[in-house]
Design a protein around this ligand. Sequence first.
Ligand SMILES: [Zn+2]
Ligand SMILES: [Zn+2]
Length: 336
Amino acid sequence: MTMRALLVREPGAIELAEVADPVPGAEEVLVRPTLVGICGTDVDIVDGRVDPLFIRYPMVLGHEWTGVVAEPGRGGLAAGTRVVVEGIVPCGRCTACAAGATNRCDTYDELGFTRYGAAAELVRAPAHLVHPLAPQVSEESAVLTEPASVVFTGLSRVSPVPGWRVLVIGDGTIGLLAARLAHLWSPSEVTLLGRRTEQAGLAASAGADQFTVDTEAVPAGHFDLVVEAAGSAAAVRTAFAAVRRGGVVLLLGYLGGPPGAELPVDDVVNGDLTIAGSFGYTRTAWRRVVDLLNAGSVDLGFLVTHRFPLQAYAAAFAALREGSGSRAKVALIPAG
Ligand SMILES: [Zn+2]
Ligand SMILES: [Zn+2]
């Protein structure tokens, strides 16, 4: 039997293809994806910009998703259970895994990168990475679990102190999630510096106290924490200008290869700054995000602004690339 899947055969060659139905192993669950987010990383996979260490072609896209159990495996979840599934598959044995840094497992393995992702009718997933959802968690909120876990991992890493003044640079999904999730650490203010005025409504929904698209309006040396989620050299420059002495710059955005950004070394030294990068998400962060969703403490559904049936994937990618109007998460409906 075959199924429909959004396949990138090689850089530049994306198509809706018929691929063999996945056959779950003994420790795996077969899941039917119901909503699949796409992001800049998927664009980079399509365009061939992802570091070859982190991608294998041909690849079925889909690393941000939610679905229902189609065929239960180990783990005891009944068919029809609504779930989210961790995409990073840590080995559980290496030093990084033992230390809880499962995002840095020695063996990089992730759905949608090294094993087929969820932009398909079916996907097989390791049973221990499958998390059931509470009934009140919307599909739109659940589909944000992956990027929310990425942001949560980064924020946890810099341990914001209550009362901190936070600047988020970038008004895409990651930036908006950073503004929303920063509130879990009780900041005194969250300012969002975006690129497009059309994002003002989303910034407000994310809980940003201020939203501006004017870099000049950002006070210099003011912020305890600056989260860089725009992924541009100019944004990195702004981040270092905006952070206070003793503050923290958290880098979440990719620049997409060389030449990178300039590091104002003297300012970093004189400013006694901390610079942190953050890759992917840990199992702990993922569990924490699922707990927050299931407890009703966080609802991220407002971030899904675009939905397309799987067959309209070209229109979905166009919506993601061009960026007009109010836009956060673009999602595909695999059954559509
Ligand atoms: Zn993504
Ligand atoms: Zn490991």
